[in-house]
Design a binder for this molecule. Structure first.
Ligand SMILES: C[S@@+](CC[C@H](N)C(=O)[O-])C[C@H]1O[C@@H](n2cnc3c(N)ncnc32)[C@H](O)[C@@H]1O
Length: 230
C-alpha cells in the first residue's frame, strides 16, 4: 500500500477517522454535493435499485453518516436503520430512520436478522475489510443482499489523469477552503486502502456471498459491489 502523510498510523485509524468525521459533519452533505457535482445522489439511488427486495424489507445502512442513504431507502419504501460510530455525523443527520451509534465491525444486530445491507463511501475508512464483510454475512438472512458503494478510479489512462488532478488537487483545495484541509486530503489518499476490483469481489465472495458483481459509475469515479448472501 502507498503511504501518504494524510493517512493515519494503522493503530490509530479508527479513532482518527471517527474524530475526523465528527469535525467535518456539519458541512459534510454540502461538500459532498459540491465535490461530486451531485453525482453522489444518483450513485446512492443506483445502489438502492440493486437491493431488489419487496417494499417493507429491513435494510440496514452501515456507516450511514448523516443519513442520506437512509432517506433514499425510505423513499424506496424500505424500512431503514442506520449505524455509524461518529456521534458528530449522527447529530448532523436529517432522517426519519432510527440511527444507532455503533462500530460496524461489531454490529449490535442478531444473526440472520436483516434483508439487505447498504454501505456508501465508507469501506476505505474501516480498519479491515474481511471482518466487515464477515459481519455483513452474519447479520443477513439467506438470500439477503449486500450493496457496497465507494469511490473508484477510471480505467482509461486519460480519464485517470483528469480524475487524479481533480481528486488529488482540486478536492483537497476546495475541501480546505470550505471545511477541513486534513480531512479532504485524507479522502483521496484513503483510496490506497481499497483493493483492486477483482480482489474486492473475491473478498466479498469468500465472506459468504454468491453472484458478486462489480460495476463502475461516473466514468469510474464510483464503484458498486453487489452480492447475495448464501
Ligand atoms: C465518507 S462517510 C460516508 C457516509 C454515508 N454513508 C454517505 O454515503 O455519505 C464515512 C462514514 O463511515 C463512518 N465509519 C467509519 N468507520 C466506521 C466504523 N468502524 N463503524 C461505524 N462507522 C464508521 C464514519 O463515521 C463516516 O460517517
Amino acid at each position: 500500500m502507498t503511504t501518504s502523510p494524510y493517512l493515519p498510523d494503522p493503530s490509530d485509524k479508527a479513532a482518527t477517522v471517527e474524530a475526523m468525521f465528527d469535525r467535518v459533519a456539519p458541512k459534510y452533505d454540502r461538500l459532498n454535493r459540491l465535490l461530486t457535482l451531485r453525482l453522489d445522489v444518483a450513485w446512492r439511488r443506483a445502489a438502492i435499485r440493486e437491493i431488489e427486495k419487496p417494499a417493507g424489507s429491513l435494510v440496514i445502512d452501515l456507516a450511514c453518516g448523516t443519513g442520506d442513504m437512509c432517506n433514499d431507502l425510505i423513499t424506496a419504501h424500505y424500512c431503514a436503520i442506520g449505524f455509524d460510530f461518529s456521534a458528530g455525523m449522527l447529530k448532523a443527520a436529517t432522517t426519519a430512520s432510527p440511527l444507532v451509534r455503533a462500530d460496524v465491525l461489531r454490529l449490535p444486530a442478531p444473526t440472520n436478522s436483516v434483508d439487505a445491507i447498504t454501505c456508501g463511501f465508507a469501506l476505505r475508512n474501516f480498519t479491515a475489510l474481511e471482518p466487515f464483510f464477515a459481519e455483513c454475512a452474519r447479520v443477513l438472512r439467506p438470500d439477503g443482499r449486500v450493496v457496497l458503494l465507494d469511490v473508484g478510479e477510471p480505467k482509461s489512462k486519460l480519464l485517470r489523469f483528469g480524475h487524479k488532478i481533480y481528486f488529488r488537487k482540486i478536492v483537497p483545495f476546495i475541501g480546505g477552503l470550505l471545511s477541513d484541509r486534513a480531512a479532504y486530503s485524507y479522502l483521496p489518499a484513503s483510496t490506497a486502502y481499497l483493493p483492486e476490483s477483482r480482489e474486492l469481489v473475491d473478498m466479498v465472495r469468500v465472506a459468504g456471498f454468491r453472484n458478486v458483481t462489480h460495476r463502475r459509475y461516473g466514468l469510474g469515479a464510483a464503484q458498486l459491489v453487489v452480492g447475495t448472501a448464501l
